[in-house]
Design a protein around this ligand. Structure first.
Ligand code: CP3
Length: 355
């Protein structure tokens, strides 16, 4: 077992004592950093960057050179899975992801195979191994996947969506087709995350960006049920250390108890819930990750620090908090403001961890 110089992120996820609250930022590698834009230009397009282990490693490490972050996250995308299933992922300039062959029917879904992570997604495992080697035990590496429901929205809508009419039409008129797809995706995600863990990911996170567009009953049926299956199927220990699992559903503050009951180690929160409320509801079962509004990073330094202080006070004393934004960092945020945020978390959290 390689010793980690800084393991406070893993400790906090397991609700063990830490010296200061660990912090990382969702989408911490990306276009708000000029050095990211330069490396992406060198790679050509976004998927070529993901498929080049050296360059994917470089952009993973870029935010860690600027900010005192307590974790690195694999540079990749959730849409690698549908791409590996043969849907033909491409990015239209300024329009987000698209698929050449979106799923339209039960027969499309029946034809889908389960990709072998060491074959169709071997480039992701190469990136994980390269990043682990280059981190040299400084901070842990987070692996990730999209949730079955969130992946299915892109696969059926053909790209990003606002009203999710195509997938909801399938959910409510041909539910057995959608369940077959979600089940295949859950099996794929289990193999994919376990392969990332075997390659060196020290913690994994499932992004359910769109679970919050469902009614409570449909959320359990079409999203949470499959995340539960994933939690049950994951390798939870590797190389003598626990591998914590974080589930993040955006807009799911009202369903925290159900998410915590899956057996995950931590629940990601967006900014629409008060972290004190979340802690009183599920803090004895899981760690909490979050939850500053990413738009707060447009504010002056003093306002960012005030917000960090208020979230730290909301969580209060004791372990079990990983500080983060409530969703990905915006692409026009000044990097200096991200530094103010990260430094404030460490400086202002020390009093909450005195024994
Ligand atoms: O957090 C990190 O730094 C690691 C990398 C990461 C990316 N995408 C890189 C990326 C992670 C964890 C993701 C997850 C992801 N991808 C999610 C779930 C999290 C969330 O934000 O809700 C979703 C829904 C996607 C799908 C996706 N990928 C979209 C909608 C887009 C286009 C929008 C955008 O931000 O451009 C992408 C592309 C993408 N993924 C980029 C990056 C850095 C931008 C690509 C570019 O350089 O042009």
């Amino acid at each position: 077992m390689q010793t980690l110089q800084n393991d406070r992120y893993l400790r906090a996820l397991l609700r063990q004592p830490v010296d200061v609250t660990p912090v990382w930022m969702m989408r911490q590698a990306g276009r708000y950093l000029p050095e990211y834009k330069a490396t992406r230009a060198q790679a050509g397009d976004f998927m070529s960057l993901c498929k080049n282990a050296e360059l994917a490693c470089e952009v993973t490490l870029q935010p860690l050179r600027r900010f005192d972050l307590d974790a690195a996250i694999l540079f990749s995308d959730i849409l690698t899975i549908p791409d590996a299933m043969g849907l033909g992922l491409y990015f239209e300039n300024g329009e987000g992801p698209r698929f050449e062959r979106p799923l339209t029917s039960m027969s499309d879904i029946q034809k889908l195979g389960i990709p072998d992570p060491e074959v169709e997604l071997a480039y992701v495992m190469n990136a994980v191994r390269t990043i682990r080697k280059n981190l040299q035990g400084s901070v842990p590496l987070i692996g990730f996947s999209g949730s079955p429901w969130t992946l299915a929205t892109y696969m059926i809508e053909g790209g990003s969506s606002k009203a999710f009419t195509k997938i909801k039409k399938m959910a409510f008129s041909e539910p057995q087709a959608l369940h077959l797809l979600l089940d295949k995706l859950a099996d794929t995600v289990i193999l994919y995350l376990n392969a990332q863990i075997a390659a060196g990911a020290q913690s994994v996170m499932v992004f359910d960006t769109w679970g919050g567009v469902l009614s409570p009953r449909d959320y359990r049926d079409f999203s949470l049920q499959y995340m539960h299956k994933i939690v049950d199927g994951l390798t939870r220990e590797n190389d003598g250390r626990k591998v914590p699992v974080t589930l993040f559903t955006k807009n799911a503050g009202m369903w925290l108890e159900a998410i915590a009951a899956t057996g995950c180690d931590a629940v990601g929160l967006d900014w629409t819930i008060d972290i004190a409320d979340a802690k009183s509801r599920v803090g004895d079962k899981v760690a909490l990750q979050g939850n500053m509004d990413p738009s707060m990073l447009y504010a002056p330094a003093a306002r960012i620090e005030q917000e960090v202080q208020s979230i730290l006070s909301g969580f209060g004393a004791g372990p079990g908090h990983v500080f983060n934004l409530g969703h990905g960092i915006h692409l026009d945020v000044p990097p200096e403001n991200a530094k103010v945020f990260v430094d404030a978390v460490h400086r202002l959290s020390a009093p909450f961890h005195q024994q």
